[in-house]
Design a binder for this molecule. Structure first.
Ligand SMILES: [Zn+2]
Length: 312
């Protein structure tokens, strides 16, 4: 038996490694003019094999925009075949760990690239225990006091590193802000403050030619201005970490499925990408997606890590 068992085990191992390699090779089609890839479709609990929140926007086969960088984004970024050199913009929706914790790891990865051109990065202003973008970055990157002061070149462009051009978005008033410093010939960026309990948070709207992409961030859905912000989106990314029967404490932070469906319908979004799952919200996923569909007549896609959604 042992003489037979060993080759079988080796064969199974080779098959597993081959499968893992294939999974790691999942990427958006290089010939797609515009696609969104869910690098991380999970939330803050490490119980479902998913990376925390991160999305890539691919333009003509290049990884141009990163929205959020939660734990796991570093690994998925590499698996997706994304290039730090190609990034034109990083948007951080808020400073919960599951949206921001892998940023320094990605910056360190970029340390080994040839990139020197500046990189615009946007995030909300601070409030309560949460820093604004500038304090968040200096807490990590300040040469004297930062936890990763050895990467301080990202603050000032020294040492051959790409300077992060910081755009701190005021979280009041609740009207869209055009981020002209992040906009270029390929796309325009706007941000809108969204209610996420006590956490300062912003949603992002990207305009790329005729196409509109909206990343809702974590939010409870109670800012009526968000419907206009998401108006006619070709792709609306919304987070569904709680089930319909969630209690009020959870609903202060997150929109239940019914609210998500109502917002997508009112906005006239063409495609809704549901994301930010955990074991607790995956348990009755079909039921909760059904609640969304009962309110929304457009196309619904349930995100998985590395899933690619071509928009054009
Ligand atoms: Zn959050």
């Amino acid at each position: 038996m042992p003489s037979l068992f060993k080759p079988i085990c080796l064969a199974l191992l080779a098959l597993t490694l081959a499968s893992a390699a294939e999974a790691g090779a999942i990427s958006c089609p290089a010939d797609s003019p515009l696609a969104v890839q869910a690098l991380g479709s999970g939330g803050p609990i490490a119980d479902d094999g998913r990376s925390s929140t991160a999305y890539l926007v691919w333009i003509d086969g290049a990884s141009r925009i990163l929205v959020d960088a939660g734990g796991g984004a570093f690994l998925r970024f590499g698996e997706a075949g994304a290039r730090f050199d190609d990034l034109d913009f990083i948007g951080l929706s808020h400073f919960h760990t599951d949206h921001s914790a892998d940023l320094p790891a990605l910056l360190k990865s970029g340390f080994f690239s040839k990139r020197t051109r500046p990189l615009p990065i946007a995030g909300p202003s601070g409030g309560g225990p949460f820093p604004g973008l500038q304090n968040f970055l200096s807490a990590m990157l300040d040469r004297e006091r930062g936890a990763y002061g050895y990467l301080s070149g990202y603050l000032d462009g020294s040492g051959g590193l790409a300077k992060l051009e910081q755009i701190e978005v005021p979280v009041t008033p609740d009207t869209p802000v055009a981020l002209t410093a992040a906009s270029n010939e390929r796309f325009g960026v706007e941000a809108l403050s969204v209610p996420h309990g006590p956490v300062p948070a912003v949603a992002f709207r990207l305009r790329l030619g005729e196409a509109t992409l909206v990343f809702a961030s974590d939010q409870n859905g109670s800012n009526p201005a968000f419907v206009d912000f998401a108006r006619d989106a070709d792709l609306l990314v919304m987070h569904m970490p709680i089930p319909q029967e969630a209690d009020q404490a959870a609903r202060n932070l997150h929109a239940p499925p019914e609210t998500i469906g109502s917002i997508a319908q009112a906005a006239g979004a063409k495609t809704l990408l549901l994301s930010h799952f955990m074991a607790r919200s995956l348990a009755n996923l079909d039921e909760n997606v059904g609640v969304v569909r009962s309110r929304y007549g457009g196309r619904v896609i349930v995100a998985e890590d590395l899933a690619c959604v071509p928009v054009q």
